[in-house]
Every structure is written in C-alpha cells, then in structure tokens.
Write a protein of this length. Structure first.
Length: 330
C-alpha cells in the first residue's frame, strides 16, 4: 500500500449533487453529514480524504432510498466533459490508445486509487486499484466507478453491442441497476473495481461521435423537468462567475457543452437562454432587495456597460431596470 495520503478532488461530487436534486433531495444535509459544505465543493482544486467521499456516496444512496443510485449516476455521465477523457478522445485512434491516455491522466484527479489498463491473454482489464485499505465496504464508490468505467468504455467504442462479453468486478454487485443485467457481475474485494472485456476490442477505432449505448440506466434520473430544475439551481448559484461561457456552464453539471445543449433542447431551451434567464432573475432579486446601483448589478453579471444590461433586461421584462425597481418599491 502507498504511504501517500489518499485524496480525491471535491469537484467529482458535482454529478452526484445534481442527481440528488433531480430526486428531490436537498444535497446540503447530505454534504453536512460528512462534514462538507457547498462552498467547499465549489472551491476549485479542493480535495478531501477518500473515506469522506466513501461515506458521502453511501449517504447519497440512503438519502434517495436507492442502493443503485451511484452506479446510475456514474453510468449516465458524458465523460468527454473531463479534460483527461477529452484529451484521449482527441488523440487516440483505437480504444487501446484511448484507455492508455485516460489512465495516464487519471492520477491528476485522485491519489486514492491508480487507474490501469492491462491485457491478460484474450481479455483486457480496465479499472482502478486502491492505494489504501478502506475502513468500510466501498459499495457505492465501486458502483459509481463501474458506471463511470462503462461510460468511458462506451464513449470510446461508440456503442456496446455485446454486453454479455463484459465482466464487472466490484465489492458488492447488488449496487448495480437492472440495466447492467446483460453483463456478468462478480463480487471482488475492497481494493478496487474493474471491467473485463475481450482484448480484441482494444483494436477498434475510436468512434468520432459515439454516444452512450446499452447497458445504460433507465430514464429514472433523466426526466427533463427535474434535470432543468437542478441545472437552473446550479446556474443561479454561479451566475456571477467571471467569463461564464458555454463550456463553464456545462462544467457545472459535468457535461460536455454539446451534450448539455442536447439535454436543454429536449426541455425547449438552450444554454444562452438559460444564462440570460438566470442573469435577469438575479438582477430582479438585487433590484428588489438590495441597494446596489444598476451599474454595480450590471458589472456583477458580466455586462461591459450598464446600457447593455438595461437593453437585455428590457427585452425580458418589457421595462427598464429603473422602472422595475420603482414598480416593486411602491
């Protein structure tokens, strides 16, 4: 076992927080149950001991009363939203190249486990080996990682047409949802999870625009209304961030901009429309409950000058910010 401290970046919690909101669960009490806060999660580069992460994932599953919650969240991720996957996708020609590039970059985000890709005869093994002995059975963490490993694998292949040829090894197979039933699931130890598949797949060309295929979770956590509500909540919390572009907005929900655009399109909206909406909502609240000047509000929201802000506000509310403030003050 490594003597280095097993740490994990808190930014990896983002999709789980979104998933909790989509299930109608306030994530803050779940964070507080392991001594974390929302402000700590938002702080870029913050890390915690991996045991905090393990307990948090277990508490997430309890909060939604679904032992398969974390595996579903891991499965549904578009991993191209992560720099290490995006780099692999841009540079690789084959699935083998893709996974090697991913593995070589994964250590930048966690020191608690070592990602690996191995070939053992006619089988390839893609997984992670923990650098420490966990104090509890890491069931939910393994479920989440199996889901993520599957998402990465499918993203490289573009589609998964023979799921029965995969073997999923993790500490507790009962955390896997029914959508994984076509795969073989085996109970392993507490020292890591892995996906085994035919080594011939490593020679497959990387798909140019692959999208997740089977086995994937059901739409239980993908209902557009709940996704949109959770997305709007995250966006409103970050609407004053500097240089808030499509890529940064998509990163809030751990999706690639193109994937987020598709998800929002299914809700009859767009990234730019949602950013504008969030800015106007913030402005209305500030005009109603604060003494900030219109110039100060415009600057906080990233407008280069107050007149640009006033025009944007008028387009949405059919009145100027000054008239709106006067009206609510009556």
């Amino acid at each position: 076992m490594s003597k280095s401290l097993p740490l994990v970046r808190l930014q990896l919690l983002a999709p789980l927080l979104t998933g909790l909101r989509e299930c109608g669960v306030d994530p803050e009490p779940v964070l507080e149950s392991v001594g974390l806060t929302m402000s700590a999660v938002r702080q870029e580069g913050t890390s915690v001991h991996v045991m905090v992460m393990h307990h948090f994932l277990e508490n997430c599953a309890k909060a939604v009363d679904d032992p398969t919650f974390c595996a579903k969240i891991g499965s549904r991720l578009d991993p191209t939203g992560w720099p290490m996957v995006r780099q692999a996708f841009e540079q690789a020609n084959t699935l083998g190249d893709f996974l090697n590039i991913y593995v070589s970059n994964a250590s930048k985000y966690a020191s608690s486990a070592t990602a690996f890709i191995e070939v053992r005869g006619d089988m390839a093994v893609f997984g992670e080996a923990r650098t420490f002995e966990p104090l509890i059975t890491p069931a939910q963490n393994d479920g989440y990682m199996i889901g993520l490993q599957m998402a990465v694998l499918i993203r490289g292949l573009g589609a998964l047409r023979e799921p029965e040829r995969l073997i999923l090894v993790l500490s507790d197979p009962s955390v896997l949802p029914a959508s994984f039933d076509a795969c073989q699931a085996l109970r392993g130890n507490n020292l890591g999870s892995r996906v085994q598949f035919p080594s011939e797949w490593l020679l497959h060309s990387v798909a140019n625009d692959g999208s997740p295929a089977v086995p994937m979770p059901s739409n239980e956590y993908k209902r557009p209304d709940k996704f949109l509500n959770g997305f709007r909540e995250l966006l409103s919390q970050n609407i004053c961030a500097a240089d808030l572009n499509a890529e940064k907005v998509a990163a809030l929900v751990h999706l690639a901009p193109r994937t987020l655009a598709r998800r929002l399109s299914a809700c009859d909206t767009s990234i730019s429309a949602e950013v504008t909406r969030a800015k106007i909502e913030y402005a209305k609240e500030a005009l109603t409950s604060s003494h900030q000047s219109i110039s100060e509000i415009a600057s906080l929201l990233g407008y280069t000058n107050p007149s640009n802000f006033a025009r944007a506000f008028a387009r949405e509310e059919n009145m100027s910010p000054t008239d709106f403030r006067s009206q609510v003050a009556r």
